[in-house]
Design a protein around this ligand. Sequence first.
Ligand code: ASP
Length: 605
Amino acid sequence: MASFQQRTQGCGELRLAHAGQTVTLNGWVHRLRDMGSLVFVDMRDGTGLCQLFLDPTKHPIPEIKTETCISVTGQVVERADKDKNPNSPTGEVDVVVETLQILNPSKPLPFPLNDEGQMQSVNEELRIKHRYLDIRRPAMRKKLALRAAAVRKIRAYLDARDFIETETPIFTKSTPEGARDYLVPYRLDPGLFYALPQSPQQYKQLLMVAGLERYYQIAKCFRDESQRSDRQPEFTQLDLEMSFVTQEDILQLIEGMTVSVINELIDEFALEKDHLVPFTRLTYDESMARYGCDKPDLRFDLELFDLGEAVQGTEFGVFKGTLENGGKIRGVRFPGGASLSRKEVAELEEFAKSFGAKGMASIAITSEGQGSENEFTSASGLVAKAGFLKFLQPAQIEGILSASGAEAGDLLCIIADEYMAGNNVLYRLRHEIGERTGLRDPRKLAFCFVMDFPLVEWNPDENRWDSMHHPFTSPKAEDMDLIETDPGAIRADCYDIVCNGTEWASGSIRIHRPDVQARVFRLLGIDDARQKERFGHILEAFSFGAPPHGGIAPGIDRMIMFLLNEENIREVIAFPKIGLGQDPMMEAPSEIDEVQWKEMGLRKV
Ligand code: ASP
């Protein structure tokens, strides 16, 4: 028998139909209002809240602090019409408590669980230190419940399509995804280490060699890299792989899955349903040229413009020098930015400089001039205003106005720099402008595929080619011959999915032939001996009739972040890490004792 009276109902389930019944409820004291002769308690459990009446002559009111765990039995009564609360599902009834059992008292709380307004200003570390309390808040509980619902739908979608959910090891060997590994010392042979998987990449490919054909896993991945608001050292991916497929098959599957999951859940979110599909498709080159990055926020249209042609032959020093050095003069419109003060424009320039811009030229566009000497009135009647216009020919200024698509009220923000350096500034400026103008509409979800990435990028610090994604990505068939001759020009059968300016998934068609894999390893500076040592298993597996295969891995945490419109990934993870990867609740990482040092064959240096 239970040591307490077990519930007959959930608090949030009580309705008018229960009036007259005796019920037992188990849960927590959410809020207590002591009116002297009568005490009201909002009682909470996983189903919601209801209101209790307590008679202070019968019950030990001083002992009933907020978050005390209680069991109550009492009669459900209908409220007087004037007291009914249409905003609460249980707002038509109260429970008049007959017996109350304190199951466990609560200490004073570190933060108020019953005041969402106040919670906004509570320090995040304090919340995470007491995450078990933080999650008692209905708002947090709802996030986790939605996360579970999304994962359930993902599973249902893939299970219905003959995927086989398969777990792969956590103690494994380094598999490169571009981050540092987390290592686990091997006690039985000091000096040897397991690596935690940065992703199940090699295992899922080996499952294709194994003939599974369709695999997925809700997989924990571990990457020791710098923390950001959308990154965690351990995170969850939907990891997926298929055999005998083309890139198109994978893109269609994942688009279909995403839309099905979102459509089923979207009513829970304040998001727009329309225009989710088809996902926009951009090549990497297009994305760079039009948005300055490979993760464009397509909730708004503003595209970058290129002024190279418009100002060709200019004598204006900055522009001339940039063009002569092979750089680009590009910019982005700031709708409404013409009314920014001088100081605000200077701040915007500082923002650009903080991402490496040497400077930012700006032109204010209006429909009416004020007769100042820095103005130029175009044939169409637009007035452009900027100090440096006097160095440009009228035809060049007309060219700038038409290349930028300038409209009255705009501020044209212009960056003259080497192409990639300029991109790095311009995409951030574009996102900042989207934010400030409200064009980055938080109710929208804008997905896009970015495809045809370069296979490799030059790493000037290490003086070598690095994989743009990972070393198992296949070069496009028509670019195979460039592996030894022009690596920088190789395009890969590789794709990302971006949502609202954040990378959500990345995937590729893989190399499945050992000879091609060995050529790509060599290109990456991994010589034959090292290939054997690090990747011998996969090279050997490929030599047993490995099928053509490919896959993708969308982030689960990030997906929930988009759906809930959260800026911070920690909000959608039950027990996230903070700061430099610490868990303030468990106080991990932590010291180990002397015996463990010895057993592990480790010594502090
Ligand atoms: N393993 C890759 C990643 O985690 C995804 C993939 O290529 O499927 O980014």
